[in-house]
Design a protein around this ligand. Structure first.
Ligand SMILES: Cc1ncc(COP(=O)(O)O)c(C=O)c1O
Length: 443
């Protein structure tokens, strides 16, 4: 390995409190990423590694896209910032019009945020206010799902289902509850695509309807494919069943598509991919190919029109952020959409489908591999935890992959995969061979 370049590497590692990081161990063996292009990252030691996570499920069109970079630079010269509170600039309106074209009817309106966490909080607030405006003010309960990740705001961790993100933060939002998760390795291990078993788990929502009464439930939020919980796929028929139960009980259905929107599953949205239309979709990440922070919450005509027809004059939704619809983010987003459209990246995962699934499932039978979950272009390779040291095997496989030239993430003992959509078949083969070798070399 090349030596560390001390002109690039900072000497003070304490001023910056890193997000969601084991800071003390990071600082003992820091790794600095200093460049990125296409499918590759470059680190401060001169290594080039394949980006197997599209940044953090967000760089869907690959790194260093000149079209986006140029659009950002041009926008900064024209209008660096204008707020959107009772004011407007054309870019936000234009970007919104283009975006909604890619989302299913009737989700024809988008509220801009700056992140996935903000999108989730925004969606929950819209759901509560919508129910009030409909004269259903008792509908205040928000339902999430075990193992869900909905970002780090108080709303998101309250409906989220990952204990580590919840356990140190007090009472969270009152009035939340959770349906069961759909991970069932015993019945569904090594499924090719969506697992066959578990649609009935959607009926767990009926348990909560029986417990709390439908008239007290405002909304249910789920990730169509759960990402940060370890890539958990919806069983065949599950999402439709959830949709039906929500409709029958007057409960809004929110899909958190912060990672699944913008091509991850072979369509602009998971809603389109699975043919199940929620009332609200939250997005972020791929909306600007991660160049400028941005998010968007897509809502149905019914929800939007309810707000637009309330009796009182003035602000219809007392919610918004200084940077909602930031002109530079909009410019980045429009250039990103150009690329997605020109290169047909929303359907690219379908083109790569067979190769992706076969490569992933070829790991069945390798040492300690207890499940492979795969749907183009997302996946997880679940390793059995080492006795007395859960996560350790996942960490070690991840380290070995990096040394061999592929930067993969481990979530516990699952190796999770979500490469940029520009990936080639050769690169897919290369990644899975690196993972195979790394698994074989790890006890
Ligand atoms: C499904 C989902 N929702 C929300 C978020 C939070 O997004 P952000 O980190 O941009 O706040 C994430 C982030 O990974 C996510 O996967």
């Amino acid at each position: 390995m090349a030596t560390m370049d001390h002109n690039i590497v900072p000497s003070d590692l304490d001023s910056y409190w890193m997000p969601l990081t084991a800071s003390r161990s990071f600082k003992k063996h820091p790794r600095f990423i200093v460049g990125a292009n296409g499918m590759y990252y470059k680190d401060s030691q001169g290594n080039e590694v394949l980006d197997v996570s599209a940044g953090l499920w967000c760089v869907n069109a690959g790194h260093y896209r000149e079209k986006i970079n140029d659009a950002i630079a041009e926008q900064l010269k024209e209008l660096d910032f204008a707020h959107s509170f009772n004011s407007g600039h054309p870019h936000a309106f234009r970007f919104a019009s283009r975006l909604v074209e890619h989302f299913p009817d009737p989700l024809n309106h988008v509220f801009f945020t700056n992140s996935g966490s903000e999108s989730v909080d925004t969606a929950l607030k819209i759901a509560l206010a919508y129910q009030q405006h409909k004269g259903e003010g008792t509908r205040q309960r928000l339902i999430g799902r075990e193992k869900a990740y909905h970002g780090m705001g108080f709303g998101g961790i309250s409906v989220g289902g990952l204990v580590k993100n919840r356990q140190n933060f007090g009472q969270l939002l009152p009035g939340t509850d959770h349906i069961r998760h759909t991970l069932d390795i015993e019945r569904n291990a090594f499924s090719r695509g969506l697992p066959a078993h578990g649609a009935e788990l959607a009926e767990d929502l009926l348990r909560l309807v029986d417990l709390h009464a439908a008239e007290n439930i405002a909304a249910v939020i789920v990730e169509p494919v759960a990402g940060a919980g370890g890539v958990i796929l919806p069983p065949e028929g599950y999402l439709q069943r959830l949709r039906d139960i929500c409709t029958a009980n007057g409960i809004l259905l929110i899909f958190d598509e912060v990672i699944t929107a913008f091509g991850r599953l072979g369509a602009a949205s998971a809603a389109e991919r699975f043919g199940v239309i929620p009332d609200i979709i939250t997005t972020a990440k791929g909306i600007t190919n991660a160049t400028i922070p941005m998010g968007g919450v897509f809502v149905s005509d019914e929800i939007y029109n309810t707000f637009m027809s309330i009796d009182e004059p003035g602000v219809e939704l007392s919610h918004g952020y200084t940077y909602s619809g930031h002109p530079v983010a909009c410019a980045a987003g429009m250039a990103t959409l150009d690329i997605y459209e020109e290169e047909q990246l929303f359907s690219r995962a379908q083109t790569l489908s067979d190769h992706w699934m076969e490569s992933a499932l070829s790991l069945q039978g390798e040492p300690n591999v207890i499940d492979v979950r795969t749907l183009p272009l997302i996946g997880a390779i679940e390793l059995s935890p080492r006795e007395g040291a859960p996560m350790q095997r996942g960490v070690e496989v991840g380290q070995k992959c990096y040394e061999k030239g592929a930067w993969v993430r481990n979530i516990g003992d699952a190796i999770v995969l979500s490469p940029p959509l520009i990936i080639s078949e050769e690169e897919i083969s290369q990644i899975f061979e690196i993972i195979r070798e790394s698994i074989r070399e790890t006890k």
